[in-house]
Design a protein around this ligand. Structure first.
Ligand code: FAD
Length: 398
């Protein structure tokens, strides 16, 4: 299916990477996704395959052993992977965000310490802002780090940590006592190194276990509890406290392009399944695709897939060119996730009763799509970001 979601102006290297990933997705992910998802099984073999392809180092600069590719390349890879199974894109997404934060804001020592091992997939990143009582309202974070003579002591509870059990480096946003007037200026990102696994993984640091989710299975999402956890001062990202909010917002900005890319991938797959099924299934003497009501659904679905893809690509290219892309990333995330939910729902309807059966892939996509409306900021938060940006740029002169 070559027509939809094409991207003009890619380099030969980008084309080559995408062709390799597409083949990997068709051969190694799609055939296994249903079984792994229904068993809530971590895709260990797929992750090994991604390590071999160098995907964990895709955007890490070559000087640190990565491939030094752009956000656009990364987003197009993620689109392909999510077309196969969204959970696999979840494994690399938090890693990619932490690598981006280190690349942009880490001290030279921190970059040297982590980026080469991250590129090899030995160090695997996760990031944590959310807490039980907050997600959208990041500045209200309660988990606190207090400075002592040796370093910092952290107390508090984190929530919704994707790859919490399977990562070994977590970028954690906590409150520090900067005495700044604005709450977001009192936040600091710590680089918490920990072993993989569950339970009390280090003195004062517990990963309680996997949260049982509606979809997005296979990949673990956990809490993270700090109870007198001691951490050295040189684990502050960038070496300066009070900068954590800025670091994390930079991380989620690229994360939003990534979520948009995932939404595109799921929508493409939902469309592929629908157009195939609608030519096989017959009612009233003809294929259902020949009923205009179904054909028009396909037309609308494809148009949404195309629009979302173009906006996602635009947001990635803006960031790659060094320009601010908060509004465009918000728009791409908003439209791609909302369209993904709509396209998936239409594909489900086209499948009739079979769409409700766990044997059919669309059943899984129906449970994956809603997460994209929430992760990296809900649709309401995207609208807040977009409208603020527009009011800033179109300020009334009256
Ligand atoms: C599977 C999964 C994985 C996740 N992984 C991570 C992760 O790896 N790291 C991490 O830090 N977080 C993660 N999250 C958390 C996610 O980012 C938050 O769930 C999300 O930001 C929403 O926050 P909340 O759940 O606290 O909802 P709330 O902030 O409580 O919002 C509830 C509702 O109120 C609306 N709302 C809130 N404020 C406003 C406002 N000002 N105006 C209008 N409407 C508003 C929201 O849009 C939403 O509809 C994950 C969540 C899930 C479900």
């Amino acid at each position: 299916m070559a027509r939809l979601a094409q991207t003009a102006g890619l380099t030969d290297i980008q084309e080559e990477i995408l062709a390799t990933v597409r083949t990997f997705v068709d051969k190694e992910i799609i055939p296994h996704a249903q079984t792994l998802e229904h068993g809530d099984t971590y895709p260990a073999d797929i992750v090994d395959g991604m390590k071999e392809m160098g995907l964990f180092g895709l955007t890490i600069p070559e000087e640190f052993g990565g491939l030094g590719e752009s956000l656009l390349t990364y987003a197009l890879v993620v689109e392909q992977i999510a077309r196969g199974w969204m959970s696999v894109s979840g494994v690399i997404n938090t890693h990619f965000i932490v690598a981006h934060m280190l690349k942009q804001h880490g001290t030279p020592e921190q970059k040297q310490k982590y980026l080469p091992r991250m590129a090899a997939g030995e160090v695997r990143g996760s990031f944590s802002m959310s807490e039980p009582e907050l997600g959208s309202d990041v500045a209200a974070i309660r988990t606190r780090a207090v400075k002592g003579s040796e370093g910092y002591t952290i107390n508090g509870q984190k929530m919704w940590l994707t790859n919490g059990g399977t990562s070994n480096l977590t970028a954690v946003l906590v409150k520090t006592d900067e005495g700044a007037e604005k709450p977001h200026q009192n936040l600091t990102t710590f680089l918490v190194e920990k072993p993989e696994g569950y339970g009390e993984v280090l003195p004062g640091l517990t990963i309680p276990g996997k949260i049982d989710k509606m979809g997005y299975k296979g990949v673990d999402t956990t809490e993270m509890v700090f109870d007198g956890f001691e951490i050295a001062a040189d684990q502050v990202l960038g070496g300066v406290t009070g900068q954590g909010f800025r670091h994390m917002m930079d991380g989620v900005e690229v994360g939003r392009v990534n979520v948009a890319a995932r939404a595109c991938g799921i929508a493409i797959r939902a469309f592929e399944l629908a157009i195939e099924y609608s030519q096989q299934r017959r009612t009233f003497g003809k294929a259902i695709a020949e009923h205009q009501a179904i054909a028009f659904k396909l037309a609308e679905m494809a148009t949404k897939v195309e629009a979302a893809h173009l906006m996602m690509v635009n947001a990635a290219r803006l960031k790659d060119s060094g320009q601010r892309n908060d509004v465009e990333a918000g728009m791409a995330k908003l439209i791609a996730s909302e369209y993904c939910a709509e396209v998936t729902q239409e594909s489900f309807r086209i499948h009739g009763g079979y769409g409700y059966s766990k044997e059919y892939e669309i059943e899984r996509l129906m449970r994956e799509a809603p997460f994209l409306l929430i992760g990296e900021g809900t649709s309401e938060i995207q609208k807040t970001i977009i409208s603020r940006g527009l009011l800033r740029d179109y300020q009334s002169r009256g």
